[in-house]
Design a protein around this ligand. Sequence first.
Ligand SMILES: [Zn+2]
Ligand SMILES: [Zn+2]
Length: 153
Amino acid sequence: MRIDASKIPAGGLDIEGEDPAEILAVEDHAGDFKVEGPVHYRLHAYVSGGELVVAGTLETRVSFQCSRCAEAFAFPIREKGFEFVHELAAADESVDLTSDMREVMLLAFPAYPVCRNDCRGLCPQCGTNLNKDKCKCKPTDFSAWNALDRIKL
Ligand SMILES: [Zn+2]
Ligand SMILES: [Zn+2]
């Protein structure tokens, strides 16, 4: 998103719109997440003391792979505290905010995404998704159960 400083009136300017999902593309992380929609912004911009100041909210929807059950799930990302300050080289400078928006949004992504807080994950023994199905595996580890069986015999 670009802002032309000369178009901002003395009282500031409210800006609302969308940037394409592609601004959040990260090559290294292809497959870890998918940005499902455009990056929506609701910002207030003003010029003060030769600086362009922009602040507001950035939002998008991202689908992640759950760290526990490996299912994809959509997750809203909302960053209310976006702030951008830029010293203007000229009163009519056109300022590109895209890389700052991108950085703030990527930092708002969860480091350990889970589809829901009580996600049961996959059975470590048979790989069944325990949110959808039950499996017959015992919750204790195999060697302990084998030992108990032997005692009974
Ligand atoms: Zn999950
Ligand atoms: Zn199992």
